[in-house]
Design a protein around this ligand. Structure first.
Ligand SMILES: C[S@@+](CC[C@H](N)C(=O)[O-])C[C@H]1O[C@@H](n2cnc3c(N)ncnc32)[C@H](O)[C@@H]1O
Length: 598
């Protein structure tokens, strides 16, 4: 059995959060280690001491006097709380003094090399962001070392301003509250860069046995959080209180998660990984890729059901079937199975343009008794010549966005060898789009192929509340040439809360035959099907949208003799449709990404 927490293989990490220290840091580390906590969060300087700001004053009162007080490995267990002083105090002198004190603490933390420097977010967001940037540059502190202390119920807008000013999704210590915010707000926070989820002791109540427990609202939030992150900090009401039972409760909650299905576990290694969409027309897929496809049993079962249903319904004595793009024979085998039980006589031709997959098909034909009557052909739907006319064409040329592996083009080429009443499995593909907030993924795009490329992504840390909308549709066969191979779609999404949008997620459905359908659409996705992850069209500049404003997404499918590509851009509209802002056109003229037709 595979458990969800194995997606976070290193297990739950618990951090003891001290607001003040009553013992020395080495003594505290000994206690905390004994109680199996992984780290501590501690202030550098006692809150109740009058500050002078000079180094002697600092030496006298700071909780840790030198790195030599603790073992060097233990420094990595210390996350420092910087004093809660405002950078935007009305009094200029106070402001200046606060700045100096904060600077001193940050420099000391940087000197020690602690993993986190936790700042309160009580200052003006822009001033705070500028201060952090300055500290980072001046003292060579990785921006990722700074952590912002935020309240789940009220600080998102502030946090959003800070990270936009910094152009960096600075990590957060997210404080849960007794009264949690709406589920949508919670999901929005879960897409952010959470370093610690923080619980104050007063969030716990006692069960009948006198052991601590959390309420459902906090439990549910933590269960979602555990899917991809694992740091929890807990603060006791006073330094004397033992938090071992609270830790035990969290460990229990962590381990009590629903098991993942085998398939979901296979897919989990792709969580939030950016992949360039495959181009099976231009490139020859390798055997490993075919093998991965072939593990997706549900897809093949559905194809077999569709073929069986067609052969049951068809009123002809003889049926010619074309398996278009047979690969190594995954679907072909199911076509053969379904033909075996059919009342009518069948002739099956398997066409494949990849010469090495063709070799496997030839090998299989020799080896498998049921394949003996199948005609295997090496050829491209675009150029293949045949005298035969087919009653049924079966293909699987679908990409994450439905049409993005050229299924409309390939199936259009195939029409010249179809009977006028021919049926195609699948008979259509429909794509869908929805805006997504995915700050961390967006940051990865920059280091990958940039913002003019689409990506295949198994989204994990993302957020959306918009209703997904239909985008492009292609029907097969299309004897009246109604499919628009080049087209433009304009989708308008009304925003129900303040958001930062990082691009669009794309999905598809494809009807195989009658009501048999393949779908990645989030509202009705085919259960346990893992052949396709969604597609992601990033926006270079994240789009700030206030509640009730609208995001208009324009996407064009463009083609020429070289291939097909998508161009996309966004516009921000006011409630009454006035244009407020807009992006550049991404992948204009296919400058970065073309789905090539040779
Ligand atoms: C997604 S794979 C599906 C493979 C196989 N049907 C299966 O069930 O695993 C698509 C296959 O179609 C082939 N293909 C793509 N375009 C083609 C074309 N125009 N003519 C012939 N084969 C094509 C590719 O080489 C690839 O083997």
């Amino acid at each position: 059995m595979v458990y969800k927490f194995e997606a976070v293989p290193w297990g739950l990490k618990t951090v003891w959060y001290f607001q003040e220290l009553k013992d020395s840091v080495p003594q505290i580390l000994t206690i905390v280690n004994k109680k199996k906590f992984d780290a501590i969060i501690m202030p550098i300087f006692p809150a109740n001491i009058e500050r002078e700001g000079n180094i002697n004053d600092f030496i006298k009162h700071s909780y840790l006097k030198s790195e030599l007080e603790v073992k060097s490995d233990d420094i990595q267990k210390l996350h420092f709380l910087i004093s809660n002083l405002s950078l935007s105090d009305e009094n200029k002198e106070v402001r200046k003094r606060n700045r100096e004190i904060l600077k001193q603490e940050i420099q000391f933390a940087a000197y020690l090399g602690v993993p986190s420097i936790i700042l309160s977010s009580n200052s003006d967001p822009i001033k705070l962001a500028k201060f952090i940037r300055k500290m980072s540059i001046k003292y060579f502190i990785d921006l990722n070392t700074f952590v912002l202390d935020v309240d789940i119920t009220k600080d998102w807008i502030k946090y959003n301003q800070i990270r936009q000013e910094l152009q960096f999704n600075i990590p957060i210590l997210l404080r849960l509250k007794k009264e949690m915010t709406t589920k949508n707000e919670q999901r929005k926070w879960l897409s952010e860069n959470i370093r610690f989820v923080h619980l104050n002791q007063d969030l716990f109540s006692m069960n009948d046995q006198g052991a601590p427990k959390l309420e459902d609202a906090q439990n549910q939030f933590l269960t979602s959080y555990f899917q991809f992150e694992n740091y929890i900090s807990i603060a006791a009401k006073s330094p004397q209180i033992d938090l071992a039972d609270h830790r035990q409760y969290l460990i229990h909650l962590f381990k009590n998660q629903q098991p993942l299905s085998e398939q979901a576990n296979l897919a989990s290694e792709f969580f939030d990984e950016l992949q360039i969409p495959l181009q099976p027309y231009k490139d020859n897929l390798n055997s490993g890729t075919y093998e991965v496809f072939e593990q997706d049993k549900i897809k093949y079962d559905l194809y077999e059901d569709a073929c069986r249903r067609y052969l049951k319904n068809v009123k002809k004595a003889e049926i010619n079937i074309l398996m278009a793009g047979a690969g190594r024979g995954g679907i072909l085998e199911r076509v053969i199975f379904s033909a075996q039980g059919a009342k009518c006589k069948t002739k099956i031709v398997a066409l494949e343009k990849n010469p090495y997959a063709y070799m496997t098909l030839v090998f299989q034909k020799k080896r498998q008794k049921q394949w003996k009557d199948v005609e295997i052909v090496l050829g491209d739907l675009k150029s293949w010549q045949t005298e035969l006319k087919f009653d049924l064409i079966v293909s699987e040329l679908l990409g994450s966005f439905g049409d993005n592996e050229l299924s409309p083009e390939c199936l259009m080429w195939a029409q010249r060898f179809l009977q006028p009443d021919a049926v195609s499995i699948p008979c259509d593909s429909v794509s869908y789009c929805v805006p997504v907030s995915c700050p961390q993924l967006h940051a990865k795009v920059k280091k990958s192929y940039g913002y003019d490329s689409s990506y295949v992504v198994h989204f994990q840390k993302y957020y959306t509340i918009h209703d997904i909308q239909k985008c492009m549709q292609f029907k097969h066969p299309d004897f009246n040439n109604e499919n628009q191979l080049a087209q433009e779609q304009n989708l308008v999404f009304e925003c129900k809360q303040d958001l930062l949008i990082h691009g669009m997620a794309g999905y598809f459905t494809s009807k195989l035959y009658e009501d048999i359908e393949l779908s990645t659409h989030p509202n009705n996705s085919t259960p346990d099907m893992y052949s396709w992850f969604p597609i992601y069209f990033p926006f270079e500049k994240p789009v700030n949208i206030a509640k009730k404003q609208k995001l208009k997404f324009t996407i064009k499918r463009v083609n020429n003799e070289e291939g097909v590509w998508y161009e996309w851009f966004n516009s921000v509209l006011s409630e009454d449709d006035q244009l407020l802002d807009g992006s550049r056109i991404h992948n204009e003229n296919g400058k970065k990404q073309i789905i090539e037709i040779k």
